[in-house]
Design a protein around this ligand. Structure first.
Ligand SMILES: Nc1ncnc2c1ncn2[C@@H]1O[C@H](COP(=O)(O)OP(=O)(O)O)[C@@H](O)[C@H]1O
Ligand SMILES: [Mg+2]
Length: 284
């Protein structure tokens, strides 16, 4: 354990602030619209993420991944069942969960530092704010970029700032909606490693929406697959499987032992890896 971790644990206020939370969906469902226009997107979602777990939510486009995540962040209430954080229902945006999206959503006229500041709890004293932002810049590898504006930094850096802003309130739950989806492949890998690094230092519970099977395998303790029940192919989505990922993080990207899981997850998403391999060799 690092010295820094020991120092944090010695300060009860900080140790408490970085405590991870349990997120629980119980009979969760979401219907948009009413009457004739009612459209039920999710139904019967029962699932709990344990404090400190990294859970990926995987599913085809439009199956309700963002809807599920938004409910945990208080951005769109359940229409059936409940979402709770540490046993207390989520009824609106509160300080227990923070969200980062695929687009970094930075304010272009504010510096990196001032964008991160936006995530701090209202009324944070100036000196404490400066220290907190310094620490977040360091944590996300942005220490030398604090005075730059969003148009002066790369897409990967902008996502680092977005993460730092989400972390600024020390959330017990970090909700990430395809946070690396718009980045090139190499930057994406670096950001995945950064996320694991951050998680080691600030072990919040993470719900990560992705449609990238390899990303899910690389980062998660468990993968929640959303999809339609086979019997009702135009019905709402629900959890079709929960797949534990073996081994400790950080995982070796070249580990072929995860190959069978990869094939299984792709099959859940409707991709037949054997057919794909056959098609490839036929065109060689
Ligand atoms: N605010 C909304 N009003 C009506 N329908 C919505 C709203 N948000 C999402 N939906 C619908 O819910 C379904 C799931 O959307 P979403 O959760 O964004 O899927 P995913 O993130 O898995 O791609 C889609 O059919 C979408 O059109
Ligand atoms: Mg989405």
């Amino acid at each position: 354990m690092s010295v820094q971790t020991d120092v944090r644990a010695a300060d009860p206020a900080i140790a408490d602030a970085i405590r991870a939370s349990e997120v629980r969906f119980t009979g969760f469902g979401k219907t948009f619209g009413t009457g004739e226009a009612a459209h039920t997107v999710l139904a019967d979602v029962d699932f709990a993420a344990a404090p400190g777990e990294i859970i990926s939510i995987l599913g085809a486009s439009g199956c309700g991944k963002s809807t599920l995540l938004r409910a945990a962040g208080g951005l769109g209430p359940a229409t059936a069942g409940t979402v709770t954080i540490d046993g207390t229902p989520v009824t609106g945006i509160d300080g227990r969960a923070a969200v980062a999206f695929q687009e970094p959503r930075l304010l272009p006229w504010r510096t990196v530092r001032r964008n991160i500041e936006l995530g701090l709890p209202r009324g944070t004293p100036k000196a404490a704010a400066r220290d907190a932002v310094d620490e977040l810049l360091e944590l996300t590898g942005m220490s030398t970029k604090g005075e730059l504006r969003p148009k002066q930094i790369s897409g990967g850096m902008a996502q680092r700032v977005s993460l730092a802003r989400a972390l600024a309130r020390n959330p017990g739950v970090l909700l990430l909606d395809e946070p690396f989806g718009a980045l090139d492949a190499l930057t994406r890998i670096k950001m995945q490693d950064l996320l694991l690094d951050i998680h080691r230092q600030r072990p919040a519970t993470v719900l990560l929406v992705t449609h990238d099977v390899d990303e899910a395998l690389q980062l998660s303790d468990r993968i929640v697959v959303l999809g339609r029940r086979p019997s009702e192919d135009d019905g709402p989505s629900t959890i079709t499987s929960i797949v534990p990922v073996p081994g400790q993080r950080p995982r070796d990207r070249a580990d072929s032992g995860l190959g069978h899981l990869r094939a299984e997850l792709l099959a859940h998403l409707g991709v037949d890896t054997h057919a794909a391999a056959g098609a490839r060799s036929a065109s060689d």
